[in-house]
Design a protein around this ligand. Structure first.
Ligand SMILES: [Zn+2]
Length: 387
């Protein structure tokens, strides 16, 4: 694996790009952000908002909300800064976490109309299982529902504008979304959901059963419904910024007692809203050789929150961390045993892994390429960062 020379992003993320100096697309976006005229960008967004208001729909925009940090910021920004009347849409996860449910209640109490879409959970579980066996990504069916929900509601109520959070072409540095800029209607070309729903799931049920999995894009285009990614227009958009902002408006995060090794997390404001995220991140680690800690450390390096040396330490310690209880609970959800889980998971194991004395080890990981110089503990870094 080759890593970005600035952050710790590996070249195994699907569709990630690097420049000739070995800098990843997400770090290049950070550089690009310094040159952007953000006043002009804000004006661009304001013009789109004015256009949306002029359509005289019952709501000016639709915003997808979960129980996480980004949706609270998006909703308040569009209402209070852009003066729009948003309709919030929640695509309910198959299993909601306690914190996620609490945060959703918090958003409702901030004074918004909210519509919840809840796809047939029995069918969802079938798709989780199918995708786990077929592509090693059990969460994909939920992502179809989440991505679709805002489009379906915008179409249904003729709401002119869809507001999404971040363009992964910018914040993760993947090339398939880079050209989309601020246009969130391009989300359907992204790697996770580019396979047509009919091809992915139609043999498990008829198309009517998949109504909540795909929007009618012909209708969306005909009606001229637009979509924006806020990361393209709002300078302050960022993981840490959104977390701090949303906490000031009532967002709950994981408690201080959170176990970093079991969650693969050292930041307490990620993975709030969704029940088997830990397993999903473990599977990502098995497939691509990096997990959730890498993602967090990349954001934190770019925000100047941690040093590269600390990032490498955290990745070495925590990446791929997933407590047995999360695996057990996932196995119960899709009705398989743990032996079967590991057999399937290992069938997706990437080429960057080797088996040594019955244990899987990464070949030449970043901590062997650049050994950690300082002496740290995860708890010390967590206390310094505070959230
Ligand atoms: Zn980078």
């Amino acid at each position: 694996m080759r890593y970005c020379t600035k952050c710790v992003q590996p070249d195994t993320r699907p569709n990630v790009f690097f420049n000739e100096q070995g800098i990843c697309g997400a770090c290049l976006w950070e550089e690009e952000k310094k040159k952007i005229d953000w006043t002009a960008r804000r004006q661009d967004l304001a013009s789109i908002c004015q256009w949306a208001k002029a359509q005289k729909a019952p709501y000016d925009c639709v915003i997808g909300v979960s129980g996480g940090k980004d949706s609270t910021f998006q909703a308040l920004y569009m209402r209070d800064e852009m003066k729009l009347r948003p309709l919030l849409v929640c695509s309910e996860p198959c299993q909601t976490t306690e914190i996620g449910a609490k945060n959703l209640e918090n958003i409702k109490n901030l004074g918004f109309d909210v519509i919840t879409l809840s796809a047939d959970k029995e069918l969802l579980k079938q798709f989780f299982k199918k995708d786990f066996y077929r592509i090693g990504n059990p969460n994909r069916a939920s992502e179809y529902c989440v991505y679709s929900s805002v489009f379906i509601i915008a179409d249904k109520f003729d709401i002119p504008l869809i507001v999404n959070g971040e363009n992964p072409g910018q914040t993760l540095g993947v090339y398939d979304m880079k050209a989309a800029g601020g246009d969130a209607t391009q989300i359907w070309a992204s790697n996770t959901v580019k396979e047509k729903v009919i091809d992915a799931y139609a043999d498990d049920g008829n198309l009517e059963a998949l109504f909540l999995y795909q929007p009618n894009m012909t209708s969306i285009i005909r009606k001229g419904i637009r979509g924006v990614w806020l990361s393209n227009y709002v300078q302050e958009w960022g993981q840490l910024h959104n977390a701090k902002f949303s906490m000031r408006h009532g967002l709950s995060i994981h408690p201080e007692s959170m176990e970093p090794y079991a969650k693969g997390l050292y930041r307490r404001f990620y993975a709030l809203d969704h029940s088997f995220r830990e397993v999903n991140q473990l599977l990502k680690y098995i497939k691509f050789g990096f997990g959730f800690t890498t993602d967090q450390a990349c954001y934190d390096i770019r925000d100047g929150e941690i040093s590269r040396d600390e990032a490498i330490f955290l990745v070495k310690e925590l990446d791929g961390g997933c407590g047995t209880l999360y695996i057990t609970s996932f196995c119960q959800l899709i009705d398989i045993d743990e032996g079967e889980f590991w057999e399937v998971a290992n069938s997706f194991r990437g080429k960057m892994w080797s088996e040594e004395k019955g244990k899987w080890v990464l070949d030449n990981p970043i901590w062997e390429q650049e050994p950690v110089k300082g002496t740290y503990t995860v708890r010390d870094i967590m206390s310094r960062l505070s959230i």
